[in-house]
Design a protein around this ligand. Structure first.
Ligand SMILES: [Zn+2]
Length: 100
């Protein structure tokens, strides 16, 4: 965590903000867990487990909302939509094939 989420002051290596005094240990711990989940999401995506990757990215973004977590979720949803369109097209083609 580079900045205090309360006052945006730059943080040193302390878990307490030097400007506003906020205790940030829980927030730092949540961010660390979010990063761990995000790394697992990327790994799941890379090993062909998109549904698992989406669940991990969702869990990560609930702890720390990041563009990468959103991108993984959107990628998996887009991929799912594309697969449904492709199977719909296949079905249409089969139906047309049978009708002829
Ligand atoms: Zn602060």
């Amino acid at each position: 965590m580079e900045r205090c989420p309360v006052c945006r002051a730059t943080l040193a290596d302390s878990t307490t903000c030097r400007r506003c005094g906020s205790e940030l240990a829980s927030a730092i711990q949540a961010q660390t867990e979010a990063r761990r989940l995000l790394q697992k999401a990327v790994s799941a995506l890379a090993t062909g487990r998109p549904a698992h990757a989406a669940r991990l990215a969702t869990a990560s973004s609930q702890l720390d909302y990041t563009p990468l977590a959103v991108a993984i979720k959107n990628f998996v949803e887009h991929r799912r939509d594309t697969e449904q369109e492709n199977s719909a097209n296949t079905f249409t083609e089969n139906t047309e094939g049978n009708a002829v």
